[in-house]
Design a protein around this ligand. Sequence first.
Ligand code: LMR
Length: 338
Amino acid sequence: MWSSMNVEKEPVKVLVTGAAGQTGYALMPMIARGVMLGPDQPVIIHMLDTKKAAETLNGLKMELIDGAFRLLRGVVATTDVVEACRDVNIAVMLGGKPRKDGMERKDVMTMNVSIYKAQALALAQHAAADCKVLVVANPANTNALILKESAPSIPEKNITCLMRLDHNRAMGQIAEKLKVRVSDVKNIIIWGNHSSTQYPDVNHATVATSSGERSVRDLIADDKWLNTEFITTVQQRGAAILKARKFSSALSAASAVCDHMHHWLLGTPKGTWVSMGVCSDGSYGIQPGLIYSFPVTCKNGQWSIVRGLKIDEFSRAKMDATANELIEEKSLAYSCLG
Ligand code: LMR
């Protein structure tokens, strides 16, 4: 709670949009308990949702107060986007219009374009200058792209989308298969879109064993499983959870949000990378400007794409397929942006 000089850190203001939903409910106590920003970092939580959800949001505020969280220095629950964005250092965008039965992709995109345009402008005008943004609501990569295009004053480097959920899912599948601790698995990569075209890649992944680090491909030695079932399980995990729970994943999504922000702000451990949806600079032949998931390391609050990894033909085809889907989504979003 106190630094070595016995001075309490300034609270960090964290905005969560769409806060009254299930992911918001799982996420709030994690933020208030320091899971996202560390056990010595006070926080002020700003929660935004629609007028329809105002009562629920107010109930959540009451619960946060009742939780007596020692790091929580304040809660703002509002339906006003300007009040929500004021001076925030971190913005977690859970709010958006998910696709429902019978809806066309274009309809969802049109609604999300107007939501993300408005929120981008409010963030650009009212958030702290170095505010770091994480888009979670689907289509996450393209919502992040809309936000980036609508608010050019927000540095591109500060706009990301959540791929850590897929990254963690892939780690979980490998740990289950090998019966090892998930914390011993590292350097999996999710390439591309947070959709069923994403490519979970284990070609560079390792597991810590008593005889040192071993490659996942050597340990599993079942290329067929790794190249088929493993990939589709990770790609389809969101749909499987939706089917089982009748609601989208919320707990694992909230935990992944904390992991994403934690590593972005506090750094990735030495020799380890994570997957983040970030603005492509053309690395690995991915169209510049797309919000695409790459392996990244983080230091001093900045992410950098891991360069120079060897890409085989199988991976290349899968990386291009998911990039092509993002290019299509981008042109749809641009047509909605007018
Ligand atoms: C997930 O991956 O669990 C979600 O993105 C699925 C969804 O559509 O909400």
